[in-house]
Design a protein around this ligand. Structure first.
Ligand code: SAH
Ligand code: SF4
Length: 393
């Protein structure tokens, strides 16, 4: 379609409008103050957007008409287009969102009896390049904006509320464990986390909001100061020699430094613990000697003991990895070693593997990426598998 001069102007002014999903509440207060509005107006606006899922200013009935007009001229609430939604037989839902230029990111909702968890992406691709991770194999495209991070939660929460037919909160936990390394996108991450925590936003408690990192040491320290949420560290190996080959960022921030950073993080949040994630790779890192190595690392690696829990993740294979999943007995034996030494250890259940929604399988549908714009013209695809998924629990 060819645009006339006026249309082009109108389109340019639309693209210049600020996206209000880019602001935490303090940011919105500053923005509203520039428009000559009081802080409590910003809080009302924030609640309309995040708690009620309203994007159209004309429906925000308790805001003065003058403010609504000012907002319509200068701002919008722009969520992410959904390319597809896949529903797993076990209730897990995976969304693929379009972030432009042929890039897509994924979010996964995992319902459990006592909670609803959303796994959120922080980047399109990832620059860390871990050997066992399909996002890592895809390479790095770009950082997501605060709005693009929050839009995943905004969409999921309000979709799920509509589906259940009530305004009750559905998502109680958020884990930054989708695509990307959140601590390599720090500036966009922090306002998104603050909005998730905000009682006028999503009201998620500090211990139910987890940032997972491959170990970006300086940013672990900054997070402790700026927004001390729950921290998960992707460890995967007890020695530098092995970790260098699995998680390349280890060459920059080796284990001794990483463990020291964990101690400092706990000093800022003393009643907490660090969750160490450990992807179980057959014959690579799953032997009893590796478990013993982990125990030593926790006790002595940082000079004093680190308050730790372990989360073992059976490797989710993808074709290009050349790696295999440890068998269930091996995983159990490994877990028992850690447990016998007093470390609380869980084995992560694989959820949604019938829709490729398990850890490390999120690759934004690489095969189809060039086709994203074409697929955008179709309605979202909803796939409900007729066969039950094959869980390993
Ligand atoms: N970049 C961050 C967060 C995203 S990855 C990080 O690395 O921590 C979330 C978790 O999934 C990490 O613990 C990661 O190591 C794990 N993971 C990645 N690929 C996996 C795979 N193929 N199988 C199982 N777990 C995987
Ligand atoms: Fe990046 Fe995390 Fe995947 Fe490593 S495991 S490549 S840090 S997303």
């Amino acid at each position: 379609m060819k645009l006339g001069g006026f249309d082009r102007l109108a389109q340019a002014s639309r693209t210049m409008r600020v996206n209000l999903l880019d602001f935490d509440r303090d940011g919105l207060i500053r923005h509203c103050s520039d428009l000559g509005e009081k802080p409590f107006r910003a809080t009302q606006l924030f609640r309309w957007i995040h708690q009620r899922g309203v994007v159209d200013f004309s429906n925000m009935t308790d805001l003065a008409q003058s403010l609504r007009s000012k907002l319509s001229a200068s701002a919008h609430v722009h969520a992410l287009p959904v390319i597809s939604q896949h529903d797993s037989a076990d209730g897990t839902i995976k969304w693929l969102f379009d972030v432009g230029d042929g890039n897509a990111v994924e979010s996964v909702f995992i319902p459990e009896d006592d909670r609803g968890t959303l796994c959120v992406s922080s980047q399109a691709g990832c620059a860390v390049g871990c050997r066992f991770c399909s996002t890592g194999h895809q390479g790095f495209s770009r950082n997501l904006s605060t709005a693009e991070i929050l839009a995943q939660l905004w969409h999921a929460e309000h979709f799920l509320r509509r589906r259940q037919g009530s305004d009750e909160r559905v998502i109680s936990n958020v884990v930054m464990m989708g695509m990307g390394e959140p601590l390599q996108n720090y500036h966009a991450l922090v306002p998104a986390l603050r909005t998730m925590l905000d009682d006028h936003g999503y009201g998620i408690s500090r211990r139910r909001l987890t940032v997972s990192t491959s170990g970006v040491v300086p940013m672990i320290d900054r997070l402790a100061q700026d927004c001390p949420v729950a921290l998960a560290v992707s460890l995967h190996a007890p020695t530098d020699e092995l970790r260098d080959t699995l998680v390349p960022i280890n060459r920059k921030y080796p284990l001794a430094e990483l463990m020291q950073a964990c101690l400092r993080y706990l000093d800022a949040a003393p009643r907490d613990f660090i969750t160490f994630e450990y992807c179980m790779l057959d014959g690579v890192n799953d032997q009893p000697s590796h478990a013993q190595g982990l125990i030593d690392l926790m006790r002595h690696g940082a000079g004093r003991g680190v308050s730790a829990k372990f989360n073992l993740i059976p490797f989710n294979p993808f074709p290009a990895s050349g790696l295999r999943r440890s068998d269930a007995r091996q995983v159990q034996a490994f877990a028992q070693c850690l447990q016998d030494q007093g470390f609380v250890t869980t084995v992560r259940k694989t959820r949604g593997d019938d829709i490729d929604a398990a850890c490390g399988q999120l690759a934004g549908d690489v095969k189809d990426r060039t086709d994203v714009s074409k697929r955008m013209t179709r309605a979202p695809i909803i796939i409900t598998p007729s066969t039950p998924s094959h869980h390993d629990h």
